[in-house]
Design a protein around this ligand. Sequence first.
Ligand SMILES: [Zn+2]
Length: 364
Amino acid sequence: MSLNNNRKKHIKFIERHLALLPGSHEAQDVNKMAIVFYAIESLCALEIDTKEIYTKNLGWIHKHYSKISLENDEPIAGFVGSLTMDIAGVNTISLPNTLFALLTLLILDDRAFLTDSIEMGRISSFVSACQLEENGSFMSALNFDSIEASSVDSNDLRFCYIAVTILYLCGSRTINDFSRYIDTEKLVEFISSQKCNVGGFGQYGEPHAGYTSCALSALKLLDSLDRLSEEFIEKSITWLVQRQVSNIGCSKFENENNASYDEFDHGGFQGRENKFADTCYVFWCLNSLQILTPDWQTLCNTSLVRDFLLNRTQNLVTGGFSKNDEDDPDLYHTCLGIASLKLIDESFNGVLCIPKNISSSLES
Ligand SMILES: [Zn+2]
């Protein structure tokens, strides 16, 4: 079984989600920018010529770009997730929607926008405004009526990753570039404060594969992985490799004490200890491992990973991937299922979550 056997079904599954979008269901979804990114990125990874087909939709994405200015300051800017949320005088731009929109524009090769230094500066200033002075972490949005980080929001490692990635897409490459907009030292300290004793990163001392991937990807983009000790890196690699669920050998007996053990999870990855395997955690674990060591493909069993994805969570009837072998497929798990397989093929940039042929355009 390979991904290509069912490529057409996956493409149809993904395109159905996009067909619901522009115009027709305008009011329904505040997460539309996320849906568009998951779909366009997945189609691109399946080697559809997304630029050829979807360049005509660039205007729809641009409509979600919003500028805010207070008094005489230079405006800051970002993307809103839905036009129904874009109310005059009310600031609804957010870091996640801005990242989803920028990555989609990158895949569609919208150079005119992405090389506009004034707009990239405005977006970078928005990122700057979202950083919290007290600990260097980021809120996902600003207060509705001021250019101040919104205090009602959460500020975990996800938003640190999103903030750094947006700055990277806006042109920051060196630590000095990033430091024009954010306090990189405080940010690296915050990320380090989320390290867990057993390896990995997480809140309240409990490692989590998603947070671990966010922390490592952010450090990689900041060129600051050398801030982690060898000992911590070793512990993290061990913790990540142990997240691969197995129903054979010693790990079977370890797993049988796990209340969430399912023998059909064989080969998949769990996001935390004692949890079921899940397609999205395959991606977060593999991405973390490939950042930490060039030997990652030999440390975990990638052929069992492929079996888990292609034989358990891939839906052979409708196309798409689900989180396990019971749920219906959804776009998020489809995106990360395909991304995981492409990561194993070494054709995917896991740090930026886009195919390598797209990210290579940023490396010039
Ligand atoms: Zn999941």
